[in-house]
Design a protein around this ligand. Sequence first.
Ligand code: UT7
Length: 309
Amino acid sequence: MGVTITGWGTALPDKVITNADLEARLDTSDEWITERSGIRERRIGDSCAELAIGAGRAALARAGVAPADIDLLALATTTPDQSVPATSAHVAFELGLTCGAFDLNAACSGFVYSLVAASGMVGGHVGRVLLIGAERLSRITDWEDRSTAVLFGDGAGAVVLEAVDGPGDLLAWDLGADGSLRPILYADLHGYITMNGREVFRRAVRAMVDSAQATLERAGVSAAEVTLLVPHQANIRIIEAATQRLGIPMERTAVVLHRTGNTSSASIPLALADAAESGRLSPGDLVLLCGFGAGMTWASALVRWSAAA
Ligand code: UT7
């Protein structure tokens, strides 16, 4: 059996922090943040579970699926609310689910990792999966550190996956991890995000391009056939460099980071849902999801879009 995406949803906190707000409290400027990252505002607040519940509920409603019909919950997050239990247990309870539920941490690659993992579990008694990427990065951001405070935000995005006969719509994928690169981006327990931005930037472009190309090759699909690239939303310059190397123009790339900042596991489903909501996706379209993150991890997946506009 394969899977298809039948619903999507998002949740963002109400509180907006603009570049001007940051300019007022840090040695930074709207000009620097916009030019170097493309980010203009981000939203912060709500717990990881609250955001995940909001996005999950919206995705269930869009798919027209009752909580009782969900057979598995996967929550990608790098900022769970507690060490124990998994935040997915809280989310499952609030949504009225009693099926299997697990958290997955692959940093910003987490949503695609979860998509691949959950797809592999579909079949038999698992017919429908709720897949959520949710983050409260503001909890592990040092708001006095201008090199990271300007980049991150909170949010969640979710999709409903349903089993279909045949190979389904997940056409190919690529996952990877290079743990020797742990020191360039990390947060210790109870600590803040620490990052060598330049090094992450350099590695990120290469990892995204290599992973996306591996996925396309496995699917036997060319970059020209990709309708929409949905990259991890970390930095507009990373996205531009990757699209250039992949040969996919920015017009065929989903971008929401100017209003969300980098939301790690939530960034790809937020950008995907935005594209679906704004009518950019039609049945038959080929969508290439592609992320990288702390670890370093990378992940890409080629998905055929089947949901009606
Ligand atoms: O999800 C994955 C996580 N992270 C990423 O993907 C981040 C990847 N890296 C990046 O996005 C970029 O490297 C940054 C946006 C973090 C930084 O941009 P950059 O062009 O690589 O700048 P830089 O780190 O080389 O810093 C340039 C200058 C430095 O000053 P000097 O040494 O040239 O005097 C920094 O101290 O900019 C300074 N700087 C700032 N200035 C104003 C660093 N942060 C700021 C700031 N405002 N917020």
